[in-house]
Design a protein around this ligand. Structure first.
Ligand code: PXL
Length: 293
């Protein structure tokens, strides 16, 4: 028989329970192409977090480079799925949204935030809709307007510079200074964002990084800029950020862990032949897991 007092054992069990996190991630299933749910689910699971999914749409592939992809919009299923969860008393300690299928979904997601999040739950929105100065195929100004509302409802938003421009109405620039980045951050605060993780911020050649604005405090994590870039790294980054945040890291450290992991994924992809459609993130998961220890 163990001589540890029962009270101690129960206390330890209670602490473990408090530590156990369940997350819901809402984004599309691109069956092939290493993005959205096929990235978020393995990354969050590797971070040790129970992960529920809500697919916003099912596509045969992602939309960046493949031709003739299929697209099944799941908007109408979302309120029914949410109602079932509510009737079962299902709650999540965090909700993280990515690429969505329609403006209507954004409205439904606000209901999911209100009805399925624990009292101290965290909402993270990656406004995945644009890159390199352009909206992804199928998105328009009305979608951007709806996305502004979702960003205002979130605790953390994870835009790239292009997305921040669409959300704020600022002009997209490839070279810029701190003043431009401050204008983007202020614009995001103005539309109601609370904490911002702005990715792909490069102040000098050969370097890039991530700006973190948490509780009004600016910080910047700079790292090497690789010569190659890969589709889907925004999803890898946001998923690793959410994983680290939910595992208890502060926003700056979560942003740093996610950046280092994403760099490893891009480096690994450069070694593969013809890997143009995504990033080889799976073989690097062990590094992410180790960085959370
Ligand atoms: O990685 C963002 C993303 C997610 N899902 C789909 C996409 C894209 C980017 O192009 O097409 C379907």
């Amino acid at each position: 028989m163990s001589n540890i007092p029962l009270k101690e054992i129960l206390k330890e069990k209670e602490e473990m329970r408090m530590d156990y996190k369940k997350i819901l991630t809402i984004q599309d299933i691109s069956c092939v192409g290493q993005c959205s749910l096929t990235v978020a689910l393995p990354i969050l699971s590797a971070c040790g977090i129970e992960t529920a999914i809500l697919p916003s749409a099912v596509l045969s592939t992602h939309t960046a480079g493949f031709k003739g992809y299929t697209f099944r919009d799941l908007t109408d299923d979302i309120p029914k799925i949410k109602d079932h969860w509510v009737s079962e008393g299902i709650k999540f300690s965090a909700i993280y949204t990515g690429y969505l299928g329609s403006e209507k979904q954004i409205e439904y997601i606000c209901d999911i935030f209100a009805e399925t999040l624990t009292d101290d739950g965290v909402k993270v929105v990656d406004p995945a809709m644009a890159d390199n100065g352009k909206l992804y195929p199928g998105f328009d100004e009305a979608y951007v307007e709806a996305m502004k509302k979702l960003c205002a409802a979130a605790d953390y938003v994870v835009p790239n510079i292009t997305e921040a421009c669409f959300l704020t109405g600022e002009e997209f620039k490839e070279t810029y200074d701190r003043e431009y980045i401050d204008a983007l951050l202020n614009g995001l605060l103005k539309i109601g964002c609370k904490n911002v993780i702005l990715t792909g911020v490069s102040y000098q050649e050969g370097k890039t990084g991530v700006v973190v604005l948490e509780n009004g405090e600016y910080s910047y994590y700079e790292h090497e800029k690789l010569p190659n870039s890969c589709h889907g790294t925004g999803d890898i980054y946001a998923s690793a950020f959410v994983g680290a945040l939910v595992r208890g890291k502060d926003a700056y450290n979560a942003a740093k862990i996610a950046a280092d992991y994403t760099v490893e994924c891009i480096k690994a992809t450069a070694k593969e032949d013809n890997h143009w459609y995504g990033a080889a993130f799976e073989p690097q998961l062990e590094k992410l897991i180790n960085s959370l220890k």
